[in-house]
Design a protein around this ligand. Sequence first.
Ligand code: ACM
Length: 499
Amino acid sequence: MPLPRLVPDPTHLSPLPGRFTFDAATALKVTPGAEGAARLLRTLLGPATGLPLPARPDGSVVLALDPALTGLGEEGYGLTVGTGGVLLRAADPRGLLAGIQTLRQLLPVEALADEPVAGVAWTLPCVQITDTPRFPWRGSMLDVARRFRPVSYLRRYVDLLALHKLNVLHLHLTDDQGWRMPVAALPRLTEIGGEPHGGAYTRAELTGLVTYAAERGITVVPETEMPGHVRAALAAHPELGNTPGRAYDVWDRWGVCDTVLGVHDTAMDFCRTVLDEVMDVFPSPYVHIGGEECPTTEWHTSPDALRRVAEEGLSGPDALHGWFMGRIGEHLLRAGRRPLSWTENGADLPEYFTVMPWRDSDHGRTAVRRGHRVVMAPHRTTYLDYPQSTSPAEPPGQAGEVVDLRTVHGNDPAPADWSPEEAARVLGSQVQLWTEYVPTAAHAEYLTFPRLCALAEVVWTGRHDWPGFQERLRHHRTRLDALGVPRRLSTTATPVPHL
Ligand code: ACM
């Protein structure tokens, strides 16, 4: 019996003889708590198959929530497909949502289409699967600050993540070149900061996105950058900066901008106001505050900053970064959230921060040894803005590295030589798409796939079966084709990436 080719690979999979067929008479038996999974199954299969899949007590497709199945954890599921019926079981609704994505991959690829497909039998191979993820954080970061993407696109992106059993969409909402996060008390942020190339989200769009993602088992983790990468905010509110009377533009260059937030009370109040709105919109336990690439040049000469150094008894202006992060981190803690930020070296933040090492994977080990919880995001294996091959046909991308499929697949979030205590502090890993060089949605998908599939494989399975992954990916690419993910990008159609 040929094995079904699934991405990510399930923990245990045994093929069984025969096939099951979904048809117009197929009904769902839905136990209490499994209603969301039933809705998702109808939503995902409806457009292509037209199947109504009504709920009936004698339905042959059973979606069962059973909290006693504790061995499956929060996101694991058991799936049995027999010739006479389907049984999907989990201890938590999120496990059922993961199982729905497996059912979807077991069906013919035509089931992924978003319009009716005629002449296809909706059959799937009989199989017994028990499946649990290795890591609880399986994510993808999308930079919507450098390039605004409408929320309609973010919904499509969420669907693509869910297909791969990822569970975190990390939205990079603000940066030097744009501010996309609405803050009711500070409308100029999006009026001025959202202006260049794009726009900003409304609160209703973001709360709608949060719900849409949750229905697919995905948490939206918001990131608003501070105290660096804030030039768009300074353009809207120059009083937040370090130089009274100076006017700022929303930055029109890439790189690290040396204008940063002041550390005076006006700037600290601003950060708390922004984060209170962020927490209102995003229920995510984790709230990302950026924190990286913050030159302290301005603080060395600002009278306000020097006064703060003296008042707080700090060693000098460079210590203001840690002071700032601590003050803001405590604000998030008081609100019951978990502060999250990039780390430059694994040792630059209070231990209660969850950190994302991005420069070097060794910084992850430094961080877990200090007691941090860690989400691995090392640029050499997870940054999708680097070209994926050395081919001259690749569109222009971030310079300095080539991050090919195998490199992403080789990302090992908790290497075997780390101690069990160190490994236990690794929540997982995620890919990042910075969008300086990514002018269109098609370009974003070209860069994201199939490399995101490799990340998904590693963080769900915890295994590095490269030949097996390649073999399954060959088939999986037909699923991506059915979903309209581009395999190629016309380089001639790619504008030169300047703002
Ligand atoms: C980063 O690449 N600025 C985290």
